[in-house]
Design a protein around this ligand. Structure first.
Ligand SMILES: C[S@@+](CC[C@H](N)C(=O)[O-])C[C@H]1O[C@@H](n2cnc3c(N)ncnc32)[C@H](O)[C@@H]1O
Length: 199
């Protein structure tokens, strides 16, 4: 989907996604000492706001200005500041190295995935972390929800490969429980946590 499609999707006043952070973001980043962070493909800002609440200096990057306006709103509602930048994730470049890059459900094609992962790895300060959570390719056939097109889904192997040079701390297909009116479901996510070795 291009930015115009995403703008249309975000056009209503209600939030499209939950306003609480992704469960794996909370689980794996809650003990990380705050610093500077980029949330790439931040959408309506649920993860960026959660990080800001924990003391992170966060820049939310997305190519949907409508999504980012809602991220700003969510930040205001939670009395925190989140810097927003409207840019394409495949060409965006931060001004300075950062301590954390979050990619949460940035479902784009294989070339785009490789580009953003390789670039994100270069943005880290020594000791900095890239955190990837995304719909896994296996979710298309064996999991719940998410995009039906495998072409925009991640795999653990390709994600680890694109983050070459970083130390892989965690790399797995994580099961995410989804509870809705239809019942309880299991979604399958690629989860990779990679750290730039200290200088
Ligand atoms: C499924 S949403 C996830 C939003 C957010 N990360 C979250 O977890 O709630 C995917 C987001 O990626 C953004 N996006 C997709 N392709 C992008 C690109 N090439 N550059 C910047 N943002 C992009 C969309 O606008 C959308 O907000």
């Amino acid at each position: 989907m291009d930015s115009e499609n995403w703008n249309q999707r975000y056009a209503g006043s209600d939030y499209v996604w939950t306003v609480t952070a992704n469960q794996f973001v909370e689980q794996h980043l809650c003990d990380l000492a705050p610093g500077t962070a980029i949330d790439l493909g931040a959408g309506e800002g649920r993860n960026a706001v959660w990080l800001a609440q924990r003391g992170w200096d966060v820049t939310a990057v997305d190519f949907s200005d409508v999504g980012l306006a809602k991220a700003k709103r969510l930040a205001t509602e939670h009395h925190v500041h989140v810097e927003v930048v409207c840019a394409d994730a495949t060409t965006y470049e931060p001004e300075e190295p950062v301590d954390l890059v979050v990619l949460a459900y940035l479902q784009i094609d294989a070339t785009g995935r490789r580009t953003v992962l390789e670039r994100a790895a270069t943005w880290l300060r020594p000791g900095g972390t890239v955190f990837v959570i995304a719909h896994d390719r296996s979710n298309v056939t064996d999991g719940y929800g998410g995009p039906p097109a495998a072409a925009v889904c991640y795999s653990v192997g390709e994600t680890v490969e694109a983050l070459a040079g970083l130390t892989i701390e965690r790399a797995e297909v994580a099961e995410r429980t989804v509870v809705n009116d239809d019942g309880v479901h299991t979604a399958l996510d690629t989860l990779v946590i990679a750290v730039r070795p200290a200088a």
